[in-house]
Design a protein around this ligand. Sequence first.
Ligand SMILES: Nc1ncnc2c1ncn2[C@@H]1O[C@H](COP(=O)(O)OP(=O)(O)OP(=O)(O)O)[C@@H](O)[C@H]1O
Length: 610
Amino acid sequence: MLKNLLPSKPGTEPLAEALKACKTHFIWAFLFSALVNLLYLTPTLYMMQVYDRVVPTGGLTTLVLITAVAVFALAALAGLDWLRGRLMLRAGLRLDRLLSGKVLARVVDLQAKSPNTQALREFDNVRGAIGGQGMLALFDAPWTPIYLLCCFLLHPAIGVLTLVGGIILFTLAWLNERDTRPRLNKAIQSQNHAYAAQEGVASQAEVVRALGMRQSSIARQIEQRQLATAAQADAQLAGGHYSGAIKFLRLVMQSAALGLAAYLAVKSEITPGSIIAASVLLSRAVAPIELLVGVWPSLVQAVASWKTLTDLFAGTASVERERTTLPDPRGRLQVEGVSVKFPDTESPQLRGVAFSLKPGETLGIVGSSGSGKTTLARVIAGALKPQAGAVRLDGAEYEARDGDELARWIGYLPQVPSLFAGSIKDNISRFSTSIGVDQETADRNAVKAAMAAGAHELILRLPNGYDTVLGPYGQGLSAGQAQRVALARALYNDPVLLVLDEPNSNLDQEGEAALMQAILGAAARGAAVVIIAHRAGVLARVDRLLMMREGVVQLEGPREEVLEKMRATAGRPAAPAGQSTPQPPGQPQQRQAQPQPSAQPAQNHPRRTQ
Ligand SMILES: Nc1ncnc2c1ncn2[C@@H]1O[C@H](COP(=O)(O)OP(=O)(O)OP(=O)(O)O)[C@@H](O)[C@H]1O
């Protein structure tokens, strides 16, 4: 089991290194635990001395002496116990310092359908178990055999009683583990679902209110919460039966030890001092088992959380790969046979998409809803990793550059602007002052990007201009304003590749003109620009057009040639029900089912890919 817990898969190195950095803390805490457990024998030995030496002889000097020694030993015990607790707490804090940033980075990098946004909570579970009683209980466990040996030394009968009792207790602890672990795992899962649902509703509270979904969302949350609390209660009840039985058995064993020792003392097989010592020794021998049963739920939760973290790190292995520093790219984009299939879907959303773009060229991507335009934009922006194929910038695969270094060269305006809580200037400069860029440089570049996006005047008209602070999710701007600020953010630091996903969906005429200027400006300085648009205006001056259909590139080539093909295709017989072909940009939408483009194989320009 321990072997499974040690992170060995590629990508989990930071976890292994963090554990290694805390190794000294663990070793010292373990050694101190050994001393603490030895010193726990003090009361036993003290009692034996008092009953066997002081009481029969009335030797008060001896009493003072052994009392002084016992007090000293107990003080050392308390000190060492405090020290080992502190060491484990420090180990937890060190883990936090070494790993919390990396955990957050991995969460951001995770490509899964439902990223584990609770990874930090999972990490806190692990830290809590290390800094709390859980690990100390594990360190105490190996001392059970030592106390057992002491019981045998006292008298074999007392040893046998402790051994039999220990075996019964151990069996109960094992049954407890077997019964409660699946219940606890189920409880943890339901709890995570309930928290995630609650966060989802809280972040969409306005929509929930406006759509009159208050009662239904509360009912759904209560249902999930009830499932979670029922699963928790079930696990607690199952654990409670065992801990109750264990406590009962321990008390019975303690009394049985007293009785047996008294009988042996009457028979003069042990000294009277050993009577109470036998009971104390027995309870020390079984205490770690009882303690372990008590902390078991938190240990199980910590183990589950550790496994989740290991999977998270293994699933994002490429983040910390060593990479050769490459020259600055110029903006030559190559998309080679890219395929994407989202988890839990039947067929791929992108299939063998291929095209290329030179620096300074502009490409418009069109296609009906759900044809895969946004998915392709996400792949080109480096936000989504394709399952097959490659995307290259100046010949180098995206993977060849570190994620942040790659993002430095790409400007991305997603379909939903996705601004963050913070000032407008921080949003435009991508919060770069938080990673050491000086404020003056960041401000200068933010203003430059806003000017390139034609958003400078608009921002100056806001109540606090560039210092206007946005709320969570960038609240505080109109949809059009947000889109223009997000365009400025995309243009920050003059990226060589610009990916704009429906950049004009919320813009007025002035905004659209500014957008056009920004696109032409970026192309003029040599950036490759990819624009996805349903509305024709912004595509009027692109160099090339690419038409998507059901995840496949249907047409691709110089704008006029593709338009001609689309017009020609639009004159063909109607498509089967449920399918539609987008109109050439700039043409009015037809009322009837749209005609299908022909399925002829590709010929010269424009290219046709199936
Ligand atoms: N996270 C996801 N999980 C599963 N399927 C997804 C996911 N995102 C998108 N899809 C599916 O991928 C397909 C392509 O979606 P995409 O958003 O790329 O279309 P689009 O062409 O941009 O549409 P629109 O013009 O409406 O924005 C759709 O069938 C959609 O249902």
